[in-house]
Design a protein. Structure first.
Length: 287
């Protein structure tokens, strides 16, 4: 009987060790443990604060420059400057890409600007700010956009983990919605560098393939917010340069053009013959 009890005890310890090992494996697969605090939580969009314990992605950096106060208007400026470029036909190894475009629609910018302003002003130094957006694609599918960010010194780090990711409506708010920094779509799009924006690149091919979050942009937010805003639709290529001036026409060409306009006004009866003669003489005297 003692041997049987001893054998049972050994088996029990074996089961416990196996369960512990399985738990460690599951934790490694699932990533860091997350404690979340909702800031704005709706059915189809959210902004949360998230403390990620055990996250080794930020080696050597455990505390962020939070809380971080920016107004909704300043967040609008930052979000409007972020651009993405998608691959054609979602083919991973193709070199064909769509033109760069603004990452967010105006209604998305309106929501995120207010929510991110609130979230970053409440964030603790060990908390990320994460977000999720969804929009209808068809009666059967929705598109998900998720990501997050943090402030480290003079830079705002913005991560776009999933962009316009199409999922069945029945499974829209599963894993991606619960872990917004884990990507399912990052190989098919990329963030585009702009003025005061630098891509944070993975060190080597292997690390890029093994990362479970999307592309990251380091934004010099003070310089961006104090620079001259680019015009809408300008593509973000030049933000501080003045608009090119129209080349000046030679004097003779300008006078000839005005004479044609003057003749057209007379032909249409908009000026008298006397007015036409006087204006014509004045223009010809400038030769």
């Amino acid at each position: 009987m003692k041997n049987e009890r001893g054998g049972g005890s050994v088996r029990t310890r074996g089961f416990m060790l196996a369960a512990l090992a399985l738990g460690l494996v599951c934790e490694a697969c699932l990533g860091p443990v997350r404690d979340t605090r909702p800031v704005r939580e709706e059915q189809d969009r959210f902004v949360r604060l998230e403390a990620r314990h055990g996250d080794q992605r930020r080696a050597g950096s455990t505390r962020f420059a939070h809380p971080f106060p920016l107004s909704p208007e300043e967040w609008t400026r930052i979000l409007s400057s972020i651009r993405v470029q998608t691959r054609k036909d979602t083919v991973l190894f193709t070199t064909a890409k769509d033109p760069p475009t603004e990452a967010f629609e105006p209604d998305e910018i309106g929501y995120l600007s207010a929510a991110l302003s609130e979230a970053f002003s409440r964030a603790h130094p060990d908390e990320w700010v994460v977000f999720g957006l969804s929009r209808d694609r068809s009666p059967q599918a929705v598109e998900l956009t998720t990501g997050g960010g943090f402030v480290d010194g003079p830079r705002l780090h913005f991560i776009l983990a999933n962009y316009r990711h199409s999922v069945p409506r029945s499974n829209a708010y599963g894993r991606v919605w619960q872990d917004p920094l884990r990507t399912d779509t990052a190989p098919y799009f990329e963030l585009v560098e702009g003025n005061f924006q630098t891509l944070v690149r993975a060190q080597g091919i292997a690390s890029g393939l093994l990362k479970n979050d999307g592309p990251e942009l380091a934004i010099e937010y003070k310089a961006l917010l104090t620079s001259q805003p680019r015009e809408a639709g300008g593509g973000g290529a030049v933000e501080n340069q003045p608009a090119p001036r129209e080349p000046l026409k030679p004097p003779d060409a300008r006078i000839e053009e005005r004479l044609r306009v003057l003749k057209r006004l007379w032909d249409q009866g908009l000026i008298t013959e006397e007015e036409y003669r006087q204006k014509k003489k004045q223009l010809l005297d400038r030769f």
